[in-house]
Design a protein around this ligand. Sequence first.
Ligand code: SAM
Ligand code: NAG
Length: 367
Amino acid sequence: MRSRHGWSNVFSGCCVCLASRLRAQSHLRSRSEHTAFHAAASFSTALSRKLCRLVHETMTGANCVTHLQKMFEQEGISEPQHSSEHIVSHVLGGKTIHSIAEEALSRPLTAEQKQKIWDLCSRRLQNMPVQYVIEEWDFRDLTLKMKPPVFIPRPETEELICLVLSELAKEEDVSFSVEKARWQNFHQAAGLQFLEIGCGSGAITLSLLRFFKQSRAVAVDKSPEAVNLTRENAERLGVQHRLQELQLNIISDSQKLARVCGSMDIIVSNPPYVFHEDMSGLMPEILRYEDHDALDGGTDGLDVIRAILQLAPTVLKDHGKVFLEVDPRHPEMIQNWLQEYSSLRLTYRATHQDICGKSRFCVLQRS
Ligand SMILES: C[S@@+](CC[C@H](N)C(=O)[O-])C[C@H]1O[C@@H](n2cnc3c(N)ncnc32)[C@H](O)[C@@H]1O
Ligand SMILES: *[C@@H]1O[C@H](CO)[C@@H](O)[C@H](O)[C@H]1NC(C)=O
């Protein structure tokens, strides 16, 4: 299996999270189509000259990594090494520079390869996140297609999957740390029915569908681009028959959603949860390329979360659970909010920390 992060098996789930955290994060989008030609036209002459060197001089893959890295550094592009390695390895048909044979890296690039690198490189020079530049990214063991402005999956969300798996394992008294064979004992969860709110590229839903081979999912997003990308990724992974995608806004269309789904085992969501006032502090690459509606959770970051919690008791089975990724300030705010809405059949179960020790995940249960 091609892998950017030494993926070995599903059961080392949390190792996967760790490994992918080592990947640097950079993120971005351009709604408008652009060509390398247009991009180059807006670059300085010095930079255009460097880009031209790339096309006209004999250069090996390894030299090219260094050349691009220097160029990115000089142009103030974030994560210059990470970006240049991803671009060159992508064009050479690998996921990481380390996965490409020494011999292939020391061969001169073909004109076609150089053209392709030139094209990708000019997008990165416009601060487009490398995930959008190479049009794919790994999430756990999956390679997902990426398209601006659909949200690029973040490493924390891989931990959310680990949490869901370990909680389900606990319910079935299956040990989480053991090898694959033991997971075949995962009977009940195998036929899991789940709902994801805000599916983006499909990262969460597709991971769970791939893991639980008999499970079925409803994935909702208000963005048509996201719904389409989830569908496309589901088809690429061959799980589309077990997935229903819906383009709905959980805030305004929750009744419609309640009519479509009933009896879900779990609801999972990585909703937009950034406090509106914190939006301007996000990296410019994010703000320029990623859908703001995927990030902005309103004044207190809870707009979508409240809608999910209000809907949850209606669509969940008895004892069904809600798993949320949130801002570290949210667990307490959610508990306070639930006290006000005590008639809501929902109990706050637990807060879990992410790998950085931040309160990042909430588990609730229908009571
Ligand atoms: C943080 S992104 C998560 C995407 C994906 N689940 C992931 O983890 O990579 C949040 C997603 O929620 C969607 N969204 C935002 N507001 C929504 C709403 N009111 N109803 C449905 N989806 C919404 C956004 O379009 C975006 O795709
Ligand atoms: C989504 O896919 C449908 C069907 O393939 C297509 O008609 C529509 O234009 C797409 N929408 C977007 C926003 O990409």
